[in-house]
Design a protein around this ligand. Structure first.
Ligand code: NAD
Length: 278
């Protein structure tokens, strides 16, 4: 059974570098699939209020043979609950659905700059961490200006920033800013969400053939080699195992450099955080 290495946050807690994402996994099957992921060796699960499956994820976490302290659970604050009191209540409601006493990481899901409440939401997350409802706090989908604004406004730096990131969209500017602030980078859509030909790209398939690995494993190993946390999603049991096994794949410096070359200015597959409005 493969186990992921961990990376350490600036607050002293650590996160397994390869996790299991459950976007678009129905609540009815979330407990079964999350249980399979834990059995396969995953110790980090990424959900969100938006996904509607916190209840199923929590059931699997509570039923697992693995002690709670050895599992890492992330969930996220949705966009209509950025007001301070709403954010506090939203975290409590997520814990209720998860059936857990604490979460390991709570993220603001999107900055939604036009709504203008992300500083207030961040202040609420700072309070939630103080109260012990979440071990660590971070953000997702923040443009750089809004990321720097919440740090300047509160003096508290997110431990991690979860952003769309894959070989076709490598987010170099944000990654450099994260390094300066000691923020870890986390990739959502690490495999490109199946929206492009990434896994058929000849650079990727060529490296995969040379290593006797799959294209998905090569892409995930590239994230790991860059010290990025990745949370691939699959609802297929064999792929759940396959994706975790990427932790065993060592790419050469030439492999990594060749994948670095795949970055594209128009490679974004999802929403632009600067434009997202609801
Ligand atoms: P992903 O890049 O993980 O792609 C998932 C898709 O890739 C699967 O549906 C499947 O079609 C394919 N796939 C998975 N494993 C494969 C394999 N081994 N071989 C071939 N194809 C394979 O995209 P995602 O699910 O959107 O992102 C991963 C996780 O990131 C989500 O589940 C969620 O937890 C998180 N996420 C967060 C945000 C955010 O706004 N913060 C947005 C999207 C996703």
């Amino acid at each position: 059974m493969s186990t992921s290495p961990s990376l350490t946050f600036h607050d002293g807690h650590s996160i397994p570098q390869l996790g299991y994402g459950v976007y678009k996994v129905d609540n009815e099957v979330a407990a079964d699939l999350t249980g399979q992921a834990i059995d396969a060796g995953y110790r980090h699960i990424d959900t969100a209020k938006l996904y509607g499956n916190e209840e199923g994820v929590g059931r699997a976490v509570r039923a697992a043979d693995v002690p709670r302290e050895d599992l890492f659970v992330t969930t996220k604050l949705w966009n209509d609950e950025h007001a301070y009191d709403d954010a506090i209540a939203a975290c409590e409601a997520s814990l209720e659905r998860l059936g857990l006493d604490y979460m390991d990481l709570y993220l603001i899901h999107w900055a939604v700059p036009s709504q203008g409440q992300y500083v207030e939401a961040w202040e609420a997350l700072v309070e939630l961490q103080k109260r012990g409802l979440t071990r660590s706090i971070g953000v997702s989908n923040f443009p750089l200006a809004e990321l720097e604004e919440i740090i300047a406004a509160t003096g508290v730096t997110p431990v991690i920033h979860q952003i769309e990131l894959h070989p076709y969209f490598q987010q170099r500017e944000l990654r450099e800013a994260h390094a300066q602030h000691s923020i870890l980078t986390q990739s959502w859509g690490p495999l490109g969400q199946g929206k492009s030909d990434l896994l058929e790209n000849p650079v990727i398939t060529g490296i995969a053939a040379a290593h006797g690995a799959t294209p998905a494993q090569v892409v995930l190993a590239w994230h790991l080699a860059h010290d990025i946390v990745a949370i691939p999603k699959s609802a297929t049991p064999s792929r759940i195992v396959e994706n975790l096994e990427s932790v065993q794949l060592q790419l050469s410096p030439d492999d990594i450099a060749a994948i670095d070359e795949l970055d594209r200015p128009d490679g974004r597959a999802g929403f632009d955080p600067a434009q997202k409005r609801d």
